[in-house]
Design a protein around this ligand. Sequence first.
Ligand code: PLP
Length: 365
Amino acid sequence: QSSDRVFNFAAGPATLPEIVLKKAESELYNWRGSGMSVMEMSHRGKEFLSIIQKAESDLRALLDIPSEYAVLFLQGGATTQFASVPLNLCNPDDPVDYIVTGSWGDKAFKEATKFCKPTVIWSGKSEKYTKIPDFDALEQNPSAKYLHICTNETIHGVEFKNYPTPKNKDAILIADMSSNFCSKPVEVSKFGVIYAGAQKNVGPSGVTIVIIRKDLIRNAQPTTPVMLDYKIHAENNSLYNTPPCYGIYMCGLVFEDLLAQGGLVEIEKKNIKKGQLLYDTIDQSNGFYRCPVEKSVRSLMNVPFTLEKSELEAEFIKEAAKENMVQLKGHRSVGGMRASIYNAMSLAGVEKLVAFMKDFQARHG
Ligand code: PLP
C-alpha cells in the first residue's frame, strides 16, 4: 500500500481497497465523461441507474443470489433493520426467536420487543460472549415466525461457521451479516433475510444492504414508516426516495474489485490466511496475548485480544500507532485490543502487525 496511508484496523467504518479509492478519485470530478460527479447526479438519470443496476448485478454474482431474492440498497444502518425486520415480518403478537451471541444480537432483540414478542432462546452473555450455541440443544419456540442471528459479533469476535435451522418449518432464518458480509461464500437460500451495513467490508457508511426472499415482501405492520417498509423499497427498486447514491457507487466499485480478485471463494482463502496468522501469534505467545473466544468460533474479521500485563495496553497502542498501525483499541465495552481485518486489510498489514506484536513481546515480556 502507499506509504502515505496507515494500516487501519478499525471495526467500521473500515479500510477500503486502495484500488477502489483511486478509481473513485479518478472519477470524482467527471464520472465517465458525464461531466458530473456521481454526487451531483439525479438518482433517476440514466447514469445513476446504470450504477445501481451494475452494483446489484455484481453483488448477485458475488453471492450467487437466487432470482427469488430481492436486493435493496437502503439507509439507516443495520440498526434500522433491527426495527424493520419485525415490522415487516410479523404482527405485534407474533412470537419470534433470537440467539444472542454478542452486543449486536442483544440490541436487535431489544429493538424487536417494541414490535413483536421476541424471546432470547440462547444468550452467551454469562460467558462474556465467547461462544456460539450447540444448535441441536436449542429450545426453539415451535410457533416462532423467525429465528434471528448475528453471524459475526463485531465487538466480541464471535462468528457463526454454520447456521441453525428454524424448527418451525414456516419460520425463517434472519441474519445480521454486517461485519462478515461478502467475506466468504454464503448459501443465501438458507436465509429469509440477510442485512448488512456496508461500512465494514463493502463500502462507506450510509448504505445498508438487504437481501430478502421475495415471498416475504408483503404488507408491513400498519404503523411502519415508509422508509422501513420493504415492499415500498422493493416496488421502487430502492429508488422510492433519494438513495445514498455516492455510497452505492462506492459499494459497486468494491463489488467489481471483489469479482476481479476471483470472487468470494478467493476472498475467503485470503481471510483464512490472515486470521490464522494473527490467531497463531496470539496462541503461541505463552499467554502474553490472549484471545478469550472459543477457538472453533473465532471471527476471521474482528480479532479481540488482551495483554497479560494489561498495564501495557496503552503503550502497545502508542507504539503501534508510531509504526502506522491504528485503531487497535478494543471496543469501549470490553477493553483490550481488537484488530479488525476485513477484506481490504492486506496480508502485508497483518504481517506487519504480527511482527510488531512479537517484537513488543520480546521487549516487554
Ligand atoms: N450489527 C453489527 C454486527 C455491527 O457491527 C454494527 C455496527 O458496527 C451494527 C449492527 C450497527 O450498524 P449501524 O451502525 O450501521 O447501524
